[in-house]
Design a protein around this ligand. Structure first.
Ligand code: NAD
Length: 405
C-alpha cells in the first residue's frame, strides 16, 4: 500500500515513525485497534511522499521533519521528500512562514501539478492531516467544478483541493482511498462522495475520533441503555501542540465543535445541554493534552448522579494508531471496489462519519459493525488476546442482536 501524507505535523510524523519502527521490529501493535489481524499487514505499508506548506519543512526529508517532533527516527525516512503543497489560507493567522503552489498557479494548474507528481510513484492511499480549516461543503458536483475552474481561492480549501486532485488522479490512474482526518466535510459532502463513486475513490472521514470523543460516546451509550436522563455534559480539552494553537482561532474551533457536538444528539436521541470543544492552548502540556469531563444525569427515583473524569492523553499517537488500520481498510475497500464512502468504517474511526446524514453511534456498537463488514478479511491469528480470538463470536452476537432489534 503506497501512501502519501498531506500535512506532515505531529500526527503525520508519529504515523510514519511508528510504522517504520514496527517494520524494524522495534514496536508492537499496541494502539492499533485491529492489530496485525487483517489480510494486509502493517509491514505492507509503504510511505512514498509527503506534502506541507511550512517553509521549515518543504524540500526537507521526512526524517529531518520528524526530528522536530521525535527523538529517534528510523533512517528509512531519509529517502522520502516533503513536497510543496497548496496553501489556500490553511495557516493564515498562525505564526509560521509558508509557501504553496497556489501562490503562483491557478487551482486547475495545482491539480495538474499534483497529479503529475503523484503519477511518479502511483500511490493508492492519501491521508489528509492538514491544520483544521474553516470550510463549507459543496454538495453539488457542478459547483465544486466551477469553483476550481473559476480559481476561487477564497472558497476552496486545501483539503477540498487535495480531495478533488485525488479524484482527477483516480480517473486516469488507479482507484484510490482518501482518508480525511480533519473536520472539513469530505465524506460528508455529496459532491465528493458522488464523484468518488463515479471514478473510483473511497473517502473515509471526517475527523479522526480520538481522545475524549470515543469515550464520551461509549459513556452516553451506557447511560442510554440504562434509561438514565442526561442533564448536562461539560468536556474541556487543553493542549500544547500546534493543533491546539490553531484552534484558538475562532472559525477553526467552530469546525471542531460541530464534529464533537454531533455525538450528543445522535447517541442520546435528544440534545442534552452541553459544552464540548477544544478550550485552550497551554504550551508546556505539549502533545499530551489534558481532558476533563463531567456528566450529570438523573437515575431511578430522581436520584442525581455524576461522572467526573480527568485524563492526560497523548494526542497524536492515539490518532496515528487508528490511521494504521484505515490505510489497510482502504486497501480492502479498493479490492471490493466499494467507492464513495463506507459508513461501517467511518462510524468507528471518525467523529463525523460520512455519508451525509449519518448518525454517530457509540464506538462499542461501531466496532461490531466494522467486524461484520470485514467478514473474512479479518485474519485472527492464534497468538492474540482472548478478546481478539472471540471476534467471530462477537460478530455473530452482533448479527443476532441486530436481527432481534
Ligand atoms: P499539526 O499542526 O502538528 O500538523 C499539521 C501539518 O499540516 C503542519 O505541518 C502544517 O504545516 C501542515 N499543513 C497545514 N496546511 C497545509 C496545507 N494546505 N497543505 C499541506 N500541509 C499543510 O497538527 P496534528 O496534530 O498533526 O493534527 C493534524 C490534523 O489532524 C489537525 O487538523 C487535527 O485537527 C486533526 N486531528 C488530530 C487528532 C489528534 O491529534 N489526535 C485527532 C483528530 C483529528
Amino acid at each position: 500500500m503506497r501512501v502519501v501524507v498531506l500535512g506532515l505535523g505531529y500526527v503525520g510524523t508519529t504515523l510514519m515513525v511508528g510504522v517504520e519502527k514496527i517494520k524494524r521490529g522495534e514496536l508492537d501493535y499496541c494502539g492499533i485497534p485491529l492489530g496485525n489481524n487483517l489480510k494486509y499487514k502493517v509491514e505492507d505499508i509503504e510511505f512514498v511522499s509527503a506534502y506541507d506548506v511550512d517553509l521549515r519543512k518543504v524540500g526537507k526529508s521526512v526524517y529531518e521533519v520528524s526530528l522536530m517532533y521525535h527523538n529517534s527516527v528510523p533512517d528509512s525516512l531519509k529517502e522520502i521528500v516533503v513536497h510543496e503543497g497548496v496553501h489556500l489560507n490553511s495557516l493564515k493567522g498562525l505564526p509560521l512562514r509558508v509557501r504553496g503552489l497556489d501562490y503562483r498557479m491557478s487551482l486547475r494548474e495545482c491539480v495538474e501539478r499534483l497529479i503529475e507528481e503523484w503519477s511518479e510513484n502511483s500511490p493508492e492511499v492519501f491521508i489528509n492531516l492538514c491544520t483544521t480549516e474553516k470550510a463549507e461543503p459543496f454538495n453539488n458536483i457542478e459547483k465544486l467544478r466551477e469553483a476550481i475552474d473559476n480559481d476561487e481561492k477564497e472558497r476552496v480549501t486545501a483539503t477540498q483541493l487535495y480531495a478533488y486532485a485525488a479524484i482527477e488522479y483516480a480517473k486516469y490512474n488507479n482507484p484510490v482511498v482518501f482518508i480525511n482526518g480533519i473536520p472539513t466535510p469530505i465524506a460528508n459532502d455529496l459532491a465528493f462522495v458522488k464523484l468518488g463513486k463515479e471514478v473510483g475513490v473511497t473517502f473515509f472521514g471526517d475527523d479522526g475520533a480520538t481522545g475524549a470523543t470515543p469515550l464520551i460516546t461509549d459513556l452516553l451509550e451506557h447511560l442510554v441503555e440504562r434509561r438514565r436522563e442526561v442533564l448536562s455534559i461539560a468536556q474541556f480539552n487543553i493542549g500544547g501542540n500546534m493543533d491546539f494553537l490553531s484552534l484558538t482561532l475562532k472559525e477553526r474551533n467552530k469546525a471542531k465543535e460541530r464534529t464533537k457536538s454531533k455525538v450528543v444528539k445522535d447517541v442520546l436521541g435528544y440534545n442534552a445541554p452541553h459544552f464540548i470543544k477544544p478550550t485552550g492552548y497551554l504550551e508546556p502540556l505539549g502533545d499530551k493534552k489534558f481532558v476533563a469531563m463531567h456528566i450529570m444525569y438523573k437515575s431511578f427515583n430522581n436520584a442525581i448522579d455524576e461522572v467526573i473524569i480527568n485524563m492526560r492523553v497523548n494526542d497524536s499517537p492515539a490518532f496515528a494508531g487508528l490511521l494504521v488500520d484505515l490505510i489497510r481498510l482502504g486497501r480492502i475497500a479498493l479490492d471490493r471496489r466499494y467507492f464513495g464512502t463506507i459508513y461501517e468504517v467511518n462510524a468507528f474511526y471518525m467523529k463525523s462519519p460520512g455519508p451525509p446524514g449519518s448518525k454517530v453511534i457509540s464506538k462499542v456498537l461501531a466496532f461490531y459493525l466494522l467486524l461484520n463488514w470485514l467478514g473474512d478479511s479479518l485474519h485472527v491469528s492464534e497468538s492474540i488476546s482472548p478478546a481478539f480470538s472471540n471476534l467471530t463470536l462477537i460478530s455473530n452476537i452482533y448479527d443476532s442482536r441486530r436481527e432481534s432489534l
